[in-house]
Design a protein around this ligand. Structure first.
Ligand SMILES: CC(C)(COP(=O)(O)OP(=O)(O)OC[C@H]1O[C@@H](n2cnc3c(N)ncnc32)[C@H](O)[C@@H]1OP(=O)(O)O)[C@@H](O)C(=O)NCCC(=O)NCCS
Length: 151
């Protein structure tokens, strides 16, 4: 069955937390995820329909928006589903929503060590525009953030 897109809602929090904790080395807390709904945010998620009325969350993104700008704050795909094109589908969905809403200046930050995410963003038209030294706490010490934009 084809995965279905829909915006995230507070009802999705339990499912989001499972994917968040499995996908990220440094996952967001439930509280932070819960604060990511409402007018200021653009969200999207991919769900696999299962037997009955059930669905399984495969991945999602959270971005904020202000004026003509948007910052992608979180994107993740359930580890068992990674490498199959879902991350790209989520990014393309996010970029379509930005285009429809007139958001033309797009930003994000990514850990230097996150090779997969950096490759995905580059292939979606983002360019690297700067670096914040020791911005993140890494497993083996501080880690730089790579700043990227698509304008
Ligand atoms: C980053 C992430 C969302 C990508 O999702 P995905 O479903 O695995 O990605 P896709 O299969 O759609 O691949 C899209 C592109 O990403 C890049 N990519 C994906 N996995 C990669 C890997 N292991 N190594 C290098 N590049 C990779 C490639 O450019 C790929 O394009 P291609 O298939 O044309 O080569 C996913 O790996 C993830 O959830 N990671 C953990 C959370 C995270 O780090 N999020 C980003 C920071 S907030």
């Amino acid at each position: 069955m084809q995965p279905l897109f829909r915006p995230l809602s507070a009802d999705d929090l339990d499912a989001m937390l499972v994917v968040e904790q499995a996908a990220h080395v440094h996952p967001w807390s439930r509280r932070l995820l819960a604060d990511s709904f409402g007018e200021r945010y653009i969200t999207g998620s991919l769900w696999l329909p299962e037997q009955g009325l059930k669905e399984r969350l495969l991945g999602y993104f959270i971005a904020d928006r202000i004026l003509d700008e948007s910052t992608l704050m979180n994107i993740c795909v359930s580890p068992g589903q990674q490498g199959g094109g879902l991350g790209r589908q989520l990014m393309e969905h996010y970029l379509r929503l930005c285009e429809r809403q007139g958001l033309t200046r797009l930003w994000l930050e990514v850990r230097e060590s996150n090779i997969a995410a950096r490759a995905l963003y580059l292939s979606c038209g983002y360019v690297e525009s700067g670096r914040r030294r020791h911005y993140y706490q890494g497993i083996t010490g501080p880690e730089d953030a790579i700043m990227m934009n698509k304008c």
